[in-house]
Design a binder for this molecule. Structure first.
Ligand code: ATP
Length: 362
């Protein structure tokens, strides 16, 4: 069966992805009538990484997943799974390739009439593995996801988070090359979401498992993705290390997806902002990487004589990289001191935005 994945170097079927690429999509197009669901998507999922694909409803995420697991044929373009092009394969050849992709879903998709351990072992049963091996593997996986004591329980008796843990264990049963998470935390409360994301990150680190996360939630990307690709109207509009996309979103759609989790000026202060002159100007200062690591504020104080105050903000860490937003109040609204502050900050690679002015000291 593995012959499908070792990518024999046939003259007519030369693999075009390196062994480090678990998935490689090349200029994928799929149109439904007038709607281009995928409009030239090229993307690579590298071995061992967590790649997040984020987009709004209708952006093309489900179509992309269906092309990946062979449920949908692209109109053009190529889909490589572990170096093997799959988009023109027949159903029989697709079956073993599909097993290389374990999937977890928003609504868990567990079989209610089967126990937890039987749900987990199901992919192995389909593969025709002996019962002892199935139970042994299910026990290992339930231990991995922290649910050993629920082996004989039925899904109806589990919480949403526990159901998703069973879903993760089942997805890993056949030792897939890729775990594909399709909105797997969208139905869960924030605390359960955090615990499921922590589990996925743990499994990624412990087993070196490659994970592709499809989501509409930036928070999911922020917590665990190494890289992120933003999809909109069937196109990848932005792609890069998660921290840098958060620090410097380039497309409007990314900025809008980030909206909810981007640091904001507290409402009380935002409500007092005036469009023109006040006694102080409020600046939004976004910093990342080196700019966020250094002693930015003390350097500013030393280099630009005159007052400024930090009124809100701080430095966060995304994939071990500092990413921060500082809101500064600087006296005046004209050239001079304020202009010197802005010039200094920009020279330190900070992005500076004048949000407005306040009449009184805040
Ligand atoms: N079978 C289909 N027939 C007609 N149009 C389709 C079909 N599948 C998808 N589309 C259209 O293609 C576009 C992309 O849809 P897709 O389901 O891939 O988006 P999505 O990002 O997964 O959205 P959601 O998050 O809401 O599931 C949408 O405009 C959708 O209406």
């Amino acid at each position: 069966m593995n012959q499908h994945f070792t990518a024999p170097a046939e003259a007519t079927d030369q693999p075009r992805a390196t062994p480090q690429d678990v998935v490689r999509l090349v200029d994928l197009k799929r149109r439904f009538g007038a709607t281009p669901a995928l409009d030239g998507v090229s993307l690579t999922v590298r071995k061992g990484e967590i790649l997040g694909i984020i987009g709004r409803s209708g952006a093309g995420k489900s179509t992309l997943i269906r092309c990946l697991n062979g449920l949908e044929r692209p109109d053009s373009g190529e889909v490589f799974i572990e170096g093997r092009e799959i988009s023109r394969l027949g159903e029989r050849d697709l079956q073993p390739l599909r097993r290389r992709i374990g999937m977890i879903f928003q609504h868990f998709n567990l079989l209610s009439a089967k126990t937890v351990e039987d749900n987990v072992a199901l992919p192995l049963k389909i593969e025709g593995r002996p019962k002892a091996e199935r139970l042994q593997r299910a026990a290992e996986l339930l231990d991995l996801v922290g649910l050993s004591e629920k082996a004989k329980a039925y899904p109806a008796s589990l919480s949403g988070g526990q159901k998703q843990r069973v879903g993760i264990a089942r997805a890993l049963a056949a030792r897939p090359a890729l775990l594909l998470s399709d909105e797997a935390t969208s139905a869960l409360d924030p605390e359960t979401t955090r615990s499921i994301l922590a589990l996925l990150k743990d499994i990624n680190r412990q087993l070196g498992l490659t994970i592709l996360l499809i989501t509409h939630e930036m928070e999911v990307i922020r917590s665990i993705a190494d890289r992120v690709a933003v999809i909109d109207a069937g196109r990848i509009v932005e792609e890069g290390p998660a921290w840098s996309v958060f620090a410097e979103p380039r497309s409007d759609i990314t900025r809008s997806l980030l909206g909810a989790i981007r640091p904001q000026l507290p409402a009380e202060l935002a409500g007092r902002l005036l469009p023109s002159a006040g006694t102080e100007t409020i600046l939004r200062v976004d910093v990342a990487g080196e700019a966020a690591r250094g002693p930015l504020l003390s350097d500013l104080a030393a280099a630009v004589p005159g007052p400024f105050r930090l009124v809100h903000g701080g430095i966060d860490h995304i994939q071990q990289q500092p990413v921060g937003t500082l809101f500064l109040a600087v006296p005046g609204s004209e050239a001079g001191h304020l202009a010197d502050v802005i010039t200094f900050l920009k020279a330190r690679q900070a992005r500076v935005e004048v949000l407005g002015h306040v009449a009184n000291s805040v």
